[in-house]
Write a protein that binds this ligand. Structure first.
Ligand code: ZN
Length: 196
């Protein structure tokens, strides 16, 4: 099944999402929501998806950076981004702490702003305190691309999109970006990747 992903302009993407209570997290409807979001994220494909992106204003996001998503990137690009595979997991009611503000500057995109990319400065390392899919407290220490994904998803839960943080003059269509890269005009931009 596919789930429609909400695109920029819909108010739900600009709302602060509601936290979930532990008993809600353990309920069947939330388990079904997580399953649906996982399917939608894989179908897109994306490396993260926040509940507001499917129209649910809840403090919940799913993340998964599969090894196959990284096959098209060369080793230098992966190393520069600090990008390594991240297994599927859920974050609920997350609290973000900046560990290393950086910034790291790379192009990123968003499933809710499809077919565009821009340079977005992000913290290099973060800590996230959250609940998992069973409402157990978890602490995530992340750096590199995983830290970027977490920042992007947690932004969604607060009604923020990457366009609020991007260097606006770098805003580009994915097609123009690919063409520039192919022509070697992209300096050290590398591929964008889709934090979600
Ligand atoms: Zn996004």
């Amino acid at each position: 099944m596919s789930l429609k992903i909400v695109e920029a302009g819909f108010p739900v993407l600009r709302q602060v999402a509601r936290p979930l209570r532990p008993e809600e997290i353990r309920s069947a409807p939330i388990a079904r929501l997580i399953e649906k979001m996982w399917q939608a994220m894989r179908a897109a494909p994306g490396v993260g998806l926040a509940a507001p992106q499917i129209g649910e204003s809840l403090q919940l996001a799913v993340i998964e950076d599969r090894p196959e998503y990284q096959e098209g990137l060369d080793a230098a690009e992966l190393a520069a981004r600090g990008r390594v595979p991240v297994p599927f997991h859920v974050i609920i009611n997350p609290r973000l702490t900046i560990v290393d503000p950086g910034p790291a500057e790379f192009f990123e995109g968003c499933l809710s702003v499809p077919n565009y990319l821009a340079l977005v400065p992000r913290a290099r390392a973060v800590r996230v305190d959250a609940l998992d899919h069973e409402a157990n407290p978890i602490t995530i220490e992340a750096q590199g691309w995983y830290a970027r994904i977490l920042q992007h998803e947690i932004d969604h839960l607060g009604g923020t999109l990457y366009v609020d943080r991007m260097q606006s003059r770098t805003f580009t269509t994915a097609a123009a970006f690919a063409e520039a890269r192919q022509q070697g005009q992209a300096r050290q931009q590398g591929t964008g990747g889709n934090p979600d």
